[in-house]
Design a protein around this ligand. Structure first.
Ligand code: ADP
Ligand code: MG
Length: 371
């Protein structure tokens, strides 16, 4: 794999594809984790007197200019760290020779990004002398800026690949994998893969509802994916490694009074919103014994104080565990931040879907392009 450290960047123009697809509120960046993760690379390049040109996508403009998806809030955030010049497009622009870091406009304003059009690739490669991929969060996408010919891995990309390869190829046992969150469809490949490889596979969140339903137990009006039930039934649901919640917190809606129920005793007008206390306690015991832990996705509706307890307890158990811990996923990282335990996790991945695909053993177009 080509890496930034192998390349002479002194005085050169360097295009860095980053993943600054960060959450915004009222035109301001509310979580800068993905931005901070790339600062060491930017500093490294600036020390070498390279001209740094940053390129990202933001939201889903689908090949059109969308005013609300301009990257100006990101430029504002970046200017807390260095002088930034934000340009109004990402191709056919003039790059000045000065000390400012350039931030190009949203790459997905151009249809050529997703279509990988040769003209668009040419326009991008015309911008710089060296191409660096730092957008691990997009590495599972076969897009123009993610697969630029001759690109090298930036410092963040290198760290992601090193740590996640360790988990994939050299797991320490007992290996405990905790998967929660919204949709089982986006995580089923990883679940399948770790049902074989892990010693314990712990499920929670809305995606566990689909598994509970597939087992023939009632989930009331819980959030689940009906269309995934047949596929879920094909999993070895009786495997003793597979842990699903056996008590749950239910309510008729998020603002209604909640009660604890054995799984399967959810009434038709109720929904499962968190894992219950006995499940928390068993999950914590399993996590305590781990030598390696992977966690993606919360155990319940974390947006409500009433249903965040299961996720908080699991996050704290992972932080306290002596095993090597890897965490990924937007909401999971927000929980770590809230609890102030980010520094107790061995590797926090900037990739959600990219991490899941990588850990499921799939080849990522962005990673392949670096070889
Ligand atoms: P991550 O970003 O960490 O990968 P996801 O995006 O997959 O996590 O899922 C996070 C979302 O899952 C949260 O918004 C949370 O409200 C939702 N969720 C978790 N458990 C439930 C549940 N039981 N019912 C409805 N939504 C849930
Ligand atoms: Mg998410």
């Amino acid at each position: 794999m080509r890496t930034l450290r192998d390349i002479d960047v002194k005085g050169k123009k360097v295009l860095v594809r980053v993943d600054f697809n960060v959450p915004l509120e009222n035109g301001r960046v509310v979580d800068d984790f993905r931005i901070r993760a790339v600062l060491p690379t930017i500093e490294y390049l600036r020390k070498q007197k390279a001209k740094v040109i940053l390129l990202t996508h933001l939201g889903r403009p689908n090949g059109k200019k969308v005013e609300e998806l301009r990257v100006n809030p990101i430029a504002e955030k970046l200017s807390e760290f260095f002088s930034v010049e934000k340009l109004d497009d990402c191709v056919n622009v003039e790059i000045k020779e000065n000390d400012s870091v350039v931030l190009l406009e949203n790459v997905q304003f151009h249809a050529g990004e997703k279509e990988k059009s040769p003209e668009f690739i040419k326009a991008l490669t015309g911008l710089a002398d060296v191409f660096v991929l730092e957008a691990f969060g997009q590495a599972h996408r076969d897009y123009a800026s993610i697969t630029l010919p001759g690109a090298c891995a930036g410092l963040l990309m290198e760290k992601e690949i090193k740590n996640l390869s360790e988990v994939l190829n050299n797991p320490k046992h007992p290996l405990v994998v905790v998967v929660g969150g919204a949709k089982i469809s986006t995580k089923i490949k990883m679940i399948k893969s770790f049902l074989e490889k892990a010693d314990d596979l712990i499920l929670g969140g809305a995606l566990a509802n689909t598994v509970i339903a597939a087992k023939g137990l009632s989930i009331g009006k819980s959030v689940s994916e009906k269309s995934m039930e047949e596929e879920v039934k094909k999993l070895e649901l009786t495997n003793t490694k597979l842990h699903i919640p056996f008590d749950v917190v239910v309510a008729t809606d998020v603002s209604a009074p909640a009660r604890i129920a054995p799984v399967g005793r959810t009434e038709a007008d109720e929904m499962i919103l968190d894992i219950g206390p006995d499940t928390i306690s068993l999950y914590k015991d399993v996590i305590k014994s781990a030598s390696m832990i992977i966690w993606n996705g919360p155990m319940g509706v974390i947006e409500s104080e009433k249903f965040v307890k299961g996720s908080d307890q699991i996050a704290l158990a992972i932080a306290e565990s002596e095993g090597f811990s890897v965490v990924g996923g937007g909401e999971s990282i927000i929980l770590l931040e809230k609890l102030g335990i980010k520094d107790k996790i061995n590797h926090i991945s900037t990739g959600g879907g990219a991490m899941l695909n990588f850990l499921a053993g799939e080849k990522l177009p962005g990673v392949e392009a670096l070889k």
